[in-house]
Design a protein. Structure first.
Length: 323
């Protein structure tokens, strides 16, 4: 990636705390997330209004125009400086992103709920293309409901919802989605060098509907910002959280400053692991796969391309955290 201008460098975002006793529940409820493009709705099997459902009710209607390029310009210098120092951030291949059209960026998820790789990429994107070029990063809808985080929308964060992605693409924005969602985000740290896009063919459908290319974005290093022990599906079932709160998983991690962190309810301070992000050449779905492509075949191709690059990045990595 071209070196950022002297005035440019990232602020790390500080996790918002819930209010009172709801904080751990709100954090746990976040693991319900079927991130990327699934509509944010409480599981059908949960008849009562769960904590997750109450938080989702706080989410305001999506408006991509809320992004404020002037605010992005203001926070970019200090934020990129901090990310460069703390994460030794390195983003390569931004020249692969077409300049004259919106694109659908498809990334692999790592780093738990903090997703430091998303922060690094968004800052590098703004530094390379300028704050005026809109980028929207889709996150789980609960993040938009937390008190005090409304400013994230002004920085380009949108709830992970298909309508949000469509509206952003129609407005001319580039959109970053994570089809792997929390399957990848909360995978154990020692199994992080694997891309898992699941069966999320809706990503391909979205690119076809918007007539935009898919640009794969591969990141490594986020899983080393804490020791992620696993998603904790069995623990959630044993505690009956799936029935009580609609929570399918209860991720466990060892992270500063709390030690054992359940559900990342309190957030954590990421370790200064080196984060590297590689942008790959765009995939023009219709040009490469025809006018009526097999969506599963397209998704498999994107996933295989990303996995090949992630494997190469992992081979070049010498030591955890050090990179």
């Amino acid at each position: 990636m071209p070196s950022a201008p002297p005035h440019a460098r990232p602020t790390t975002t500080t996790p918002s705390r819930g209010r009172g006793a709801l904080a751990p529940l709100a954090g746990a409820a976040g693991t319900v997330a079927r991130t990327a493009l699934r509509p944010a709705a409480a599981p059908a099997r949960v008849a009562r209004r769960t904590v997750a459902g109450l938080l989702r009710a706080r989410v305001r209607p999506v408006d991509p125009d809320e992004r404020d390029p002037f605010l992005v310009r203001d926070v970019l210098p200090g934020a990129w400086l901090l990310a460069s120092l703390w994460f030794r951030a390195e983003v390569r291949g931004l020249h692969h992103v077409p300049r004259d059209t919106p694109v659908l960026l498809v990334g692999n998820h790592s780093g738990g709920t903090m997703t430091p790789d998303s922060l690094v990429f968004a800052l590098a994107f703004a530094s390379h293309f300028g704050p005026e070029r809109p980028l929207h990063v889709l996150v789980h809808a609960l993040a938009s409901a937390y008190p005090g985080l409304g400013v994230l929308r002004r920085l380009g964060i949108l709830p992970a919802d298909p309508d949000a992605a469509r509206r952003a693409l129609r407005s001319g924005s580039c959109v970053l989605v994570y089809p792997g969602g929390e399957r990848e985000a909360h995978r154990p740290s020692w199994r992080s060098a694997r891309v898992d896009l699941g069966d999320r063919t809706d990503v391909v459908r979205l690119a076809l509907e918007a007539d935009v290319p898919i640009v794969p974005v591969v990141a490594i290093g986020g899983q080393e910002t804490a020791l992620f022990l696993g998603r904790g599906e069995g623990l959630a079932r044993r505690l009956r959280l799936d029935r009580l709160l609609g929570v399918d998983a209860l991720p466990l991690s060892l992270a500063a400053p709390w030690g054992l962190n359940v559900g990342d309810a309190l957030g954590h301070v990421p370790l200064p692991a080196k984060i590297v992000v590689q942008v790959l050449p765009p995939v023009d779905v219709r040009e490469e796969f025809g006018d009526e492509p097999d969506e599963a075949a397209v998704l498999a191709h994107v996933g295989a391309t990303m996995q090949e690059m992630l494997g190469e990045l992992a081979r070049r990595r010498r030591l955890p955290v050090v990179g």
